[in-house]
Design a protein around this ligand. Structure first.
Ligand code: DC
Length: 233
């Protein structure tokens, strides 16, 4: 696939999908920074809806209640420092998005079809901020099947658990890697087996196994592919 420099500067979309703790966020943010493009963390919107539900005392698995809450809340998706952020009823959850309550409930919320339809509509409207790098689970398969570049970033479950444990230890103190692995596998299981938009690589995605790769190496590979218009290995 080849994209001219002109087209690339206006509408290009880079989709980076993959399981939890595959390094997607760090890599995607850095790819966007290097290219000078807009960064979108689609998972943060699923987390934001989960946070709002928990905050409002709504059961995250109650589809009708979550849908009512979605419709009643005021959502905005402004651009800040070249990243798309969001506010709900004028509030920003901040670090609570990454906290344990949201983390454990978010897979249930992300499995609700109405929630996915709402988030997908918002994500597609972000084309106005292109060129952009969007990370998630279904960006290359469902949100932007016509994305110019699709990557699927993976790593072994053990390596992903080690990475996640390292991040968590920095935020929350000592953690048990075996427990982190169990929690990751539970979430991966839910994300991969749900009926709507299950986690899987797009048939035309480049699969990158980062188990033995550093962040810089993965970023360099993706940037090289994008800059070459898709011709780099
Ligand atoms: O990437 P993350 O860990 O912040 O994602 C949070 C949850 O949202 C996770 O359960 C997967 C889900 N998600 C999704 O279903 N589709 C996306 N495009 C992004 C995230």
């Amino acid at each position: 696939m080849s994209v001219s420099a002109d087209t690339r500067s206006k509408t290009t979309i880079v989709a980076i999908d993959g399981p939890a703790a595959s390094g997607k966020s760090t890599v995607s943010r850095e790819v966007a920074r290097v290219l000078g493009w807009t960064y979108v963390d689609s998972g943060s919107f699923y987390r934001g809806i989960t946070w709002k539900a928990l905050h409002a005392g709504v059961d995250a698995r109650d589809a009708a209640a979550v849908q009512t809450l979605l419709a009643r809340s005021r959502w905005a998706f402004p651009l800040r420092d070249r990243s798309v952020v969001f506010t709900v009823d004028g509030e920003e959850p901040g670090d609570a998005l990454r906290g344990p309550e949201v983390r454990e409930a978010v897979s249930d919320v992300a499995a609700l079809p109405d929630v996915r339809a709402f988030v997908n509509a918002q994500l597609r409207a972000m084309r106005r901020y292109a060129p952009l790098v969007m990370e998630g689970r279904d960006i290359g398969t469902v949100v932007f099947p016509d994305a110019d570049f699709k990557f699927y970033l993976d790593a072994s479950p053990e390596e992903r658990a080690r990475r996640r444990a390292r991040d968590l230890a920095a935020q929350e103190g000592a953690v048990d890697v075996a427990q982190v692995l169990a929690s990751l596998e539970r979430r991966d299981g839910k994300d991969s087996t749900r009926r709507e938009a299950p986690l899987r690589p797009a048939s035309d995605a480049r699969i990158i196994d980062s188990t033995a790769m550093g962040v810089d190496e993965v970023v360099a590979l993706i940037v090289a592919v994008v800059r070459s218009g898709g011709d780099a290995i």
